[in-house]
Design a protein around this ligand. Structure first.
Ligand code: NAD
Length: 261
């Protein structure tokens, strides 16, 4: 039987991955949808279904509207990330790391599922922060998120900083908020030190994170994109894989050759 296009793409991507010695993964919300955490822009994305929800991720809206903050705390309380478990795509990246070939994961995710799957926390760079901590927007006091959520459950609809009374927010990067320059710098260095960038589950529409793919391409780093839908950076990729990540990633990094169909 002749091979289908997707089998040809998978073979090409596998040979590129198999030949790489310093892989850097760049992950987005799409890697966690099969763990039950919806993405923003995929077919079942939070913003695809409810465009108004975008306001909760906007720093200006958060700072200026108490209503947005109250909605954000309620959404945080019921976030599926508290109980989510890693899926085979997260575990495939752990396998690649254990094989000594993955030196960094640059993640846009805030759900800590890479660390929960067993990726070395030192190698995971959280470009957009984490939902597991809070940070005061005035004095930068940082604490465990559980403290703020306990206050919300106890009736404070919009808890303020316990130290200075400033506006409290999850330690995630909202639109309009700069990335931590140290984290971004380390991510750029990791890209330059790599020989292959594996993009996993990102629409690559959020800057400056998406620009790391452009940086890879301009530094001669081979780019492989695994994403369910088209991205603006597909044209830089040596191979593009479209299937569901929980199946695609294990097939891509597997040492065996009998799962190629
Ligand atoms: P995005 O929503 O813009 O894009 C996700 C992409 O993943 C889409 O193109 C979609 O087609 C693809 N996808 C979804 N499920 C897939 C699957 N099972 N198999 C293959 N492809 C799949 O997400 P983004 O590019 O990461 O940017 C959104 C921003 O939202 C990021 O900054 C991130 O911080 C934040 N976010 C994080 C989480 C999380 O931590 N899990 C969840 C939602 C949003």
């Amino acid at each position: 039987m002749p091979s289908t296009d997707s089998q040809v793409d998978l073979r090409l991507a596998r040979s590129l991955v198999a030949g790489a010695g310093r892989i850097v993964a760049m992950t987005g919300a799409g890697i966690s949808t099969e763990s039950g955490i919806p993405d923003f822009r995929g077919p079942n994305g939070l913003w695809t279904k409810n465009p108004a929800a975008e306001r909760m991720s906007n720093l200006h809206a958060y700072v200026t509207s108490r209503q947005v903050r109250e909605q954000s705390w309620q959404a945080r309380l019921s976030h599926p990330g508290w109980h989510a478990e890693p899926n085979p795509a997260h575990r495939a990246l752990v396998d690649l790391e254990h094989a000594g070939r993955l030196h960094a994961i640059l993640t846009q995710n805030i759900d800590r599922l890479h660390q929960k799957a067993g990726s070395d926390p030192e190698r995971v760079l959280e470009l957009h922060g984490t939902m597991f901590d809070t940070e005061c927007l005035s004095c930068a006091d940082r604490r465990d998120m559980r403290e703020a959520l306990a206050r919300v459950r106890a009736g404070e609809a919009d808890p303020s900083c316990a130290l200075c009374g400033g506006i409290l927010k999850s330690a995630t990067i909202s639109f309009g908020q700069p990335l931590d320059p140290d984290v971004l710098n380390r991510a750029q260095n990791a890209v330059r030190a790599g020989d292959l960038m594996l993009v996993v589950g990102s629409s690559l529409t959020v800057q400056p994170a998406a620009g790391l793919v452009g940086l890879a391409a301009s530094n001669g780093v081979t780019v492989v994109v695994c994403n369910g839908s088209e991205t603006p950076y597909d044209r830089f990729a040596a191979a593009v894989l479209r299937g569901p990540l929980g199946a695609v990633l294990p097939a891509l990094v597997s040492a065996r050759g009998d799962d190629l169909g």
